[in-house]
Design a protein around this ligand. Structure first.
Ligand SMILES: Nc1ncnc2c1ncn2[C@@H]1O[C@H](COP(=O)(O)OP(=O)(O)OP(=O)(O)O)[C@@H](O)[C@H]1O
Ligand SMILES: Nc1ncnc2c1ncn2[C@@H]1O[C@H](COP(=O)(O)OP(=O)(O)OP(=O)(O)O)[C@@H](O)[C@H]1O
Ligand SMILES: [Mg+2]
Ligand SMILES: [Mg+2]
Lengths: 242, 242
């Protein structure tokens, strides 16, 4: 989650869930962004019969993807109007928590839109861990304080179990000073909250969605794919420790 | 405007308004994104006394920037809750149109958040032209159809004068095929709606905000700054034709 746009939320959701599935974990990817990029990223159609808009009202049937062990609840453009539709619903902040009940999966990964509105609030109430992708650029630094504030107020008022799994530095370009400066600043401030694994800027990750495939499948030997595979390893070993 | 995140909306708003101001036009930049990146991009403080949140309720005093001919109405984090606050206001979609009355400026440029919610709807009702920044990447293509639908429904129901000034291709990297493929696809589909000027990927544009300066001032001879200067020329000559 991160309300800053274009930081790699979808690319992370798609590639981490695929890498975990390739390691034998049963994973459910839920696309909660009305743009539906994660849905396309795993080769599915948007606005299909049972989708993440319906999930605000009832439990829905998941769709299989072409990746073994990876299922998905695709996006719908109806999500764009959900905040207005539920404006007077007394449990509007808990709708996802009520219907997300899929015990057969090892991990459920939700891709969020670039806002801190009703959809993101529902995600924060329904989940137990958050990964914060952060582009190694200056504007990305600006939103972090606000995001941290929102997460701690959710923890105090609604969901005491929520924890930050880590901050993931994305689109890291070792050739430019800006990337290094931002990385240093974030690591100094957030210390071990920052994942060891850094995702490099790698065009293969940006090309993969045009083929309807996750980067780790489209170009498994690329630096971007390898980094997401490392992330999955690090994520699993961090889980064991907790 | 573009609901896809990270496509260069803020970078375009900041650099185009500065380039127009440098050509002697009186420009007002209004930051309507709760993240407040455009406010930082021109060296101002967010959440200051008169800000864009207040603009939903009354006309507010503009702030001077260090750029001659460029004034700004800075952002406020209170914007994040405006959709819920105005949910039952019968004129919630026209609030900005009612208070934006600054005839002394040649151009008013509004930076929008990465969503098609109440703030963006207010912008669409208050303005007469839209620039659509589009990253030369696959996921950016996905959101365009939805954005075009929203704009035409605003034109039919609320604001018949709204027109698309143009689609601006951003972060164009001539070295990679993906950039060229996306550019070709957009140009084939949207023809002369696409600005001739393309903004190259240029790290100087990403570095500038950390110094609180627009790219065209921080590094005026860089490819990114020159491109925004060309855009200002093209924008002015297109205005003359209409
Ligand atoms: N490590 C990377 N290297 C190169 N390109 C990347 C990388 N990660 C993501 N991208 C590309 O950058 C763009 C933004 O990434 P992505 O769409 O995943 O971000 P997001 O945070 O989900 O955006 P939004 O805020 O719109 O939801 C996409 O075109 C994607 O393909
Ligand atoms: N042409 C460019 N070359 C290199 N970097 C760029 C360019 N344009 C923008 N950037 C950088 O890319 C990131 C995204 O750009 P920007 O923040 O302007 O997009 P945005 O559409 O306003 O994002 P949001 O959806 O969060 O509002 C920023 O860190 C910015 O500095
Ligand atoms: Mg996304
Ligand atoms: Mg922006």
């Amino acid at each position: 989650m991160n309300q800053k746009g274009g930081v790699g939320k979808t690319t992370t959701a798609v590639n981490l869930s695929t890498a975990l599935a390739q390691k034998g974990k049963k994973v459910l990817l839920i696309d909660l962004d009305p743009q539906g990029n994660a849905t396309t990223g795993v080769g599915l159609e948007k606005n299909s019969v049972s989708n993440s808009y319906d999930l605000f009202f009832e439990k829905v049937q998941e769709s299989k993807t072409f990746v073994e062990n990876l299922h998905c609840i695709p996006s719908s453009k109806d999500l764009a109007g959900i905040a207005i539709e539920l404006a007077s619903d007394p449990v509007k902040n808990y709708k996802l928590k009520q219907s997300i009940n899929y015990p057969e999966y090892d991990y459920i990964i939700m891709d969020s839109p670039p806002t801190l509105g009703l959809i993101s609030l529902n995600i924060l109430n329904a989940c137990n861990g958050i990964i914060i992708p952060m582009q190694c650029e200056f504007y990305s630094l600006e939103g972090i304080a606000q995001l941290m504030e929102t997460i701690s107020s959710v923890r105090e008022n609604w969901n005491k179990d929520i924890k930050i799994d880590g901050i993931l530095m994305t689109m890291f370009d070792r050739r430019n000073m800006l990337s290094k400066d931002v990385l240093n600043e974030v690591t100094m401030f957030f210390k071990d909250l920052v994942f060891e694994t850094k995702i490099p800027r790698n065009v293969k990750l940006a090309e993969a969605p045009s083929f309807g495939k996750p980067g780790v499948i489209y170009s498994p030997l690329s630096p971007g794919a390898k980094a997401y595979d490392d992330l999955a390893e690090e994520f699993l070993s961090k889980e064991k420790l907790n």
